[in-house]
Design a protein around this ligand. Structure first.
Ligand code: ATP
Ligand code: MG
Length: 567
C-alpha cells in the first residue's frame, strides 16, 4: 500500500477529548474517528488491525471446535420478554420500533437468540455438546461511554454459547473456551490475569474474567500471594481482626457545622475515619435503601445489587436524600431512619461510632448497633481493600491492581434454555434441558488494550501479530530518484515475500515521515537514504528504535525473518 493514497489522517496534537494513551493514539494515528459519544468509525489502518484481532479470535475458536455463524443485530422484543430481560436491560438497551409499531432492540448480547436457534434446530443428544459463536456488532447505551473503543456504545464482540447435556459436559466446554481465550490473548501479546468474577444475583456456578493489566483499567483486581485473584466486585471480605475492647457508651448528639464529608468530620472531631460509619442512600429500582460501611471503606455496588436484586442501582439524588433523612446531604444516619438499613459486617463489629443524625449540622457519637438502631440485615457490602486479610488463605494481605476486562467466560446453567423452552431428547427419548455457558471477548476493546500495553512516547509499537502492516519502507528524500528506485524495489520484493508492506511515497520532509512512522508503529522500518547509491539502507525495529545499516538485500532478509518469527 502507498501512503500517498492511503487514508491515514495522522494528528500532531493530542485530541482534548481523549484521556488515556490508547484513545489518544487511536485518534492521532488515524485509526478511528468519533461520530457521536461512544460511536466510532474505523479508518483503513484501524480496520486492518481490528481484522487481525478478529482473526486471532476466530482461529482460537475454530481450533477449539466452536462453530461460527452470524446473527442479526436487530432483535425482536419477544425473545427478551420470554427471558425477562426486556425490562432487566433498562436504559442500556437501544430500543426501536418498525413501521408497524413492533418493538425491536439493537442486540446488547445474544443469549436468547442462540438459545432459540438451538431450540429450533437441535433435537437429539447426539448433536451435543455444541458451541456456537459469532463476531458481531453489539449495542449498549452505556451510562458513561469513555476511553474511545474501550467503553463504547457500539462495539464488536465475539460471543459464544455452549450447549451441553449435563454439568460435567459444561465443565469441559468451559475449560475448552478458557484454553481458547488463553491462546487468543497470548497471540495478541497481551499481559493479562484470569480473575474470579461476579456471576450476578442468580448465582451461577462459575465465572472468570480475562483482565489486561493497565493503570487505566476500570476494574480493580484483588490478589494475594496464595494465588487468590478476583475482581473486587466479587471478592468476599474475610472477617478482619477486631481492634477494640472498649465498653459500650451512651449515644450523644453532637453539633458538627460544616462537616458533611468524612474528611471534614475527622478533622473537626480530631479522630480517624475508622471511628465513623457512613450511611449511603441508594435508589434501587425506585426504592430508597441505606447501606452502612466503615468511614474509610467503599460500598460494593455489585454485592448490594445482588442482595437487592436490583436492575438499576444508583446513589440516591440530593432530593431523595433530603426526602428520606429530613436533613441536608452529608448528615444521613441509621438512627430513626425510615428506610431499610443494610449494615456491612465490619460496622457490625464496631463500637461507639459516629454517624449522621438525620438533622442538618448534627451527628451522633457513641452509636452502637442493636442498641441505638436495628439493622435490616448485616452482610458483606463493602469492597475488599489493600491490606485486608485474604479471604482464601486467611493469612496474607490483599494487594490490588487495575485491569481492562477483555473477555468473560460464564457458566450460565439452564436460565435461558428453561425460559425459552429449549430441550433435546436424551438416549431414552426423554426431553431434557441443555446446560449453557456463555463466553464473550470485546474484540474492539482488545485493540485498545493492545495499544495500551504497546506504546511509547512516540506512538504505537504494534506486536507483529496485530500490526496493520509489517514493514514500512521510507524513501528519505522523496525527490531523489536513486532512493525512490531502491525503495520501490524493496517494496515489491517484500510484497512478493508475502509481507504486508507500506511505502511512504509522500512528498514530505524526512522528519514528517519518521514521526508518522513512529506514530503508526509499524514493527519494521526500512529507511532508504543517502546510502542508496551503494545499495545501503537503515533497518529499524519500532520497538527500541535501534537502527542498523544493512545492504538492501540483507534488510529484506532481516525483515522477512523478523516478521515470520514473530507473526
Ligand atoms: P463491563 O463490566 O466492562 O461493562 P460487561 O460485563 O458488561 O463488561 P459482557 O457482557 O461480559 O461485559 O461482554 C463481554 C465482553 O465485551 C467484555 O468482556 C468486554 O470485553 C466487552 N464489552 C462489554 N461492554 C463493552 C463496551 N461498552 N465497549 C466495548 N467493549 C465492551
Ligand atoms: Mg457492561
Amino acid at each position: 500500500m502507498r501512503l500517498s493514497k492511503y487514508l491515514v489522517p495522522t494528528l500532531r496534537e493530542v485530541p482534548s477529548e481523549a484521556e488515556i494513551p490508547s484513545h489518544q493514539l487511536m485518534l492521532r494515528a488515524g485509526l478511528i474517528r468519533k461520530l457521536a459519544s461512544g460511536v466510532y468509525s474505523y479508518l483503513p489502518l484501524g480496520l486492518k488491525a481490528l481484522k487481525k484481532i478478529e482473526n486471532i479470535v476466530r482461529n482460537a475458536m475454530d481450533s477449539h471446535e466452536a462453530q461460527e455463524l452470524l446473527m442479526s443485530a436487530v432483535l425482536p422484543k419477544e425473545y427478551f420478554t420470554e427471558s425477562g430481560r426486556w425490562d432487566v436491560f433498562g436504559p442500556e438497551m437501544f430500543r426501536l420500533k418498525d413501521r408497524a409499531e413492533r418493538d425491536f432492540c439493537l442486540g446488547p448480547t445474544h443469549e436468547e437468540i442462540f438459545t432459540d436457534t438451538v431450540k429450533n434446530t437441535v433435537k437429539s443428544y447426539k448433536q451435543l455438546p455444541m458451541t456456537l459463536y459469532q463476531i458481531q456488532t453489539k449495542y449498549r447505551d452505556e451510562r458513561r461511554p469513555r476511553f474511545g473503543v474501550i467503553r463504547s456504545r457500539e462495539f464488536i464482540m465475539k460471543d459464544a454459547y455452549s450447549f451441553d447435556k449435563d454439568a460435567e459436559g459444561l465443565d469441559i466446554s468451559y475449560k475448552n473456551m478458557y484454553d481458547a481465550y488463553k491462546e487468543a490473548f497470548d497471540k495478541m501479546g497481551l499481559e493479562y490475569l484470569i480473575v474470579d468474577a461476579d456471576s450476578g444475583a442468580m448465582g451461577g456456578s462459575g465465572s472468570q474474567e480475562f483482565m489486561v493489566k493497565s493503570e487505566v483499567g476500570e476494574d480493580t483486581i484483588a490478589y494475594c500471594t496464595c494465588g487468590f485473584c478476583s475482581n473486587i466486585e466479587k471478592a468476599a471480605c474475610a472477617p478482619q481482626p477486631i481492634e477494640t475492647a472498649d465498653p459500650i457508651m451512651d449515644i450523644e448528639k453532637i453539633y458538627t457545622p460544616n462537616s458533611r464529608t468524612i474528611e471534614e468530620l475527622t478533622e473537626f472531631l480530631n479522630t480517624d475515619a475508622k471511628s465513623f460509619a457512613k450511611t449511603l442512600l441508594y435508589n434501587s429500582d425506585g426504592k430508597i435503601v441505606a447501606v452502612m460501611v466503615r468511614g474509610d471503606r467503599e460500598v460494593n455496588e455489585t454485592k448490594l445489587a445482588n442482595y437487592l436484586g436490583s436492575i438499576e442501582l444508583e446513589l440516591a439524588s440530593a432530593e431523595e436524600v433530603v426526602d428520606a433523612t429530613g436533613a441536608a446531604v452529608g448528615f444521613a444516619g441509621p438512627v430513626g431512619l425510615k428506610v431499610d438499613v443494610l449494615v456491612d459486617n465490619e460496622v457490625a463489629q464496631m463500637k461507639n461510632f459516629v454517624v449522621g443524625a438525620n438533622e442538618t449540622k448534627y451527628h451522633f457519637k457513641n452509636v452502637n448497633i442493636n442498641k441505638d438502631f436495628a439493622p435490616t440485615v448485616v452482610g458483606d457490602f463493602r469492597n475488599i481493600e489493600v491490606g485486608d486479610i485474604c479471604p482464601e488463605c486467611r493469612n496474607s494481605k490483599i494487594q490490588t491492581c487495575q485491569g481492562i476486562e477483555v473477555g468473560h467466560i460464564f457458566k450460565l446453567g439452564t436460565k435461558y434454555t428453561d425460559a425459552l423452552g429449549c430441550t433435546y431428547l436424551d438416549e431414552n427419548g426423554k426431553e431434557q434441558t441443555p446446560i449453557m455457558g456463555c463466553y464473550g471477548i470485546g474484540v474492539s476493546r482488545c485493540l485498545a488494550a493492545v495499544i495500551e500495553q504497546y506504546s511509547d512516547e512516540s506512538g504505537i509499537v504494534w506486536p507483529v501479530s496485530v500490526a496493520p502492516f509489517h514493514v514500512i519502507v521510507v524513501p528519505v528524500n522523496s525527490k531523489n530518484e536513486e532512493q525512490a528506485r531502491l525503495a520501490e524495489k524493496i517494496y515489491s520484493e517484500l510484497k512478493a515475500a508475502n509481507i504486508e508492506v507500506l511505502i511512504d511515497d509522500r512528498n514530505e520532509r524526512a522528519g514528517v515521515k519518521f514521526k508518522d512512522a513512529d506514530l503508526i508503529g509499524i514493527p519494521v522500518r526500512i529507511n532508504v537514504g543517502k546510502g542508496a547509491a551503494e545499495g545501503k539502507v537503515e533497518f529499524i525495529l519500532r520497538k527500541g528504535l535501534e537502527a542498523t545499516e544493512l545492504s538492501a538485500t540483507d534488510a529484506i532478509k532481516a525483515a522477512v525473518e523478523y516478521i515470520n518469527e514473530n507473526k
